[in-house]
Design a protein around this ligand. Structure first.
Ligand SMILES: Cc1ncc(COP(=O)(O)O)c(C=O)c1O
Length: 401
């Protein structure tokens, strides 16, 4: 049975990772965020809470997710590639780890109404799933563009009993859904906001990272079983707000021998104006309650992002990742739509695994970076591609696969 490590992220008591983070929130939410902080720190010190969390991860999600040695992909790239199979989790992505921890915490705080935002729909589905398991009312905000491109997940949320509220402001993507969820939270401060990534005011980035840290906890044990050592040479993960990357990096952050690579979404290219590559094109600013890297327009407004992948289509990034990138702890590679689609097709045809479009950006790093034949590369396969089938089919037609 796993345990959540009481491992220190590089974060201070006010939620700052270096100069990034904090809690920039309207007065009306102040008390709720304070109560959340108290409840969270008391919960993670309570063996009963940790026991409930671990039991659900094991019996309901199906953890530990396998660490799979992708032999054919390894041969193709002439290195040693291991895939952390978060795609095999119940509901199809890493998002369920955080949804379980957060909704358990909401229950412990006596809440009965849950709100969430979603981009690709995976966090919405995960939250709706746990709400149905725990008899909670669930409202999910989702942008109109994302509703159109991630239709199967919209139907799943409805089937699970959640109310999906369409957001038409901005370009109808994750940023806009998050704005509306925060507006709802301000109007109903007693509801519990389950944030789907390592973004938002403190303690959310820390809390979500900790609920996801089971990923790197398992990687260490599983890699040891495979090759007799706990530490790979590289861990690669895609980065939207940064929750799967935070989970995959967590227990390696303090070990500089393990190189960490974050794959952000370049969209049509980092200089195209159609991108979601926040680290490459952003500057410091405040978004959704924390100081971090943000994509801005020339006159200082938050820019409309673009990526083929709904889960990476976001103009910010969690403060942990802004810090890790600014200190050189992570290397960030911007992977285009096209490179991600190519990488997704390669995994599908070589290993028989259809990845989520988000995870395909992490796989795209393999074409951009050379790894030595004796190096060990772990890629976090954050989710499965069922939700993206229509996009893939269109690409296959265009590319005449
Ligand atoms: C499968 C999958 N991977 C990655 C992401 C990106 O989110 P994060 O950066 O929080 O892991 C999403 C978001 O929807 C997702 O569905």
């Amino acid at each position: 049975m796993q345990h959540i490590y009481h491992h220190d992220l590089p974060v201070d008591d006010r939620g700052y990772y270096g100069r990034f983070g904090g809690a920039y929130i309207p007065e009306i939410l102040h008390r709720n965020v304070e109560l959340l902080k108290e409840a969270y720190y008391s919960a993670i010190d309570d063996p009963r809470f940790i026991g409930q969390f671990n039991l659900l991860l094991h019996d309901y999600v199906g953890r530990p997710s396998p660490l799979y040695k992708a032999r054919k992909l390894s041969e193709y790239y002439r290195t040693n590639i291991y895939l952390k199979r978060e795609d095999l989790n119940h509901t199809g992505a890493h998002k369920i780890n955080n949804a379980i921890g957060s909704v358990l915490l909401a229950k412990r705080m006596g809440k009965s109404s849950i709100i969430a935002e979603t981009g690709a729909g995976q966090h919405g589905v995960a939250t709706a799933t746990i709400c149905s398991l725990m008899d909670m009312n669930c409202i999910v905000y989702m942008g109109a563009t994302d509703i159109a491109r991630q239709q199967p997940n919209v139907e799943r949320m409805k089937m699970l009993g959640a109310e999906v509220r369409q957001v038409t402001s901005g370009n109808g993507t994750l940023k806009d859904a998050t704005n509306e969820a925060i507006n709802h939270w301000c109007r109903h401060p007693d509801s519990f906001y389950v944030i789907g990534s390592t973004v938002g005011p403190h303690p959310y980035p820390e809390m979500v990272a900790r609920f996801q840290s089971v990923i790197s906890e398992e990687i260490k044990k599983q890699l040891y079983e495979h090759i007799g050592r706990e530490n790979p040479d590289y861990v690669i993960a895609c980065i939207g707000g940064g929750s799967n990357a935070a989970g995959a990096f967590y227990h390696f952050i303090d070990n500089p021998e393990v190189k960490l690579i974050a794959a952000e979404a370049a969209g049509l290219g980092i200089d195209s104006g159609m991108t979601a590559a926040t680290i490459h094109t952003g500057s410091e600013g405040i978004i959704h309650g924390s100081r971090t890297m943000v994509m801005h327009t020339a006159d200082g407004q938050i820019a409309e992002p673009y990526s083929i992948s709904a889960g990476l289509d976001y103009p910010g990034i969690g403060p942990l990742h802004a810090h890790l990138a600014s200190t050189g702890r992570t290397e960030t590679i911007a992977v285009t739509d096209r490179e991600a689609l190519d990488a997704a097709m390669r995994l599908t045809r070589v290993e028989g695994i259809i990845p989520a479009l988000e995870s395909a950006h992490a796989l795209g790093v393999l074409d951009r970076r050379k790894f030595a034949p004796d190096e060990v590369v772990v890629i976090n396969l954050s989710g499965r591609g069922d939700k993206d089938i229509n996009t893939y089919l269109k690409y296959c037609d265009d590319a005449q696969y």
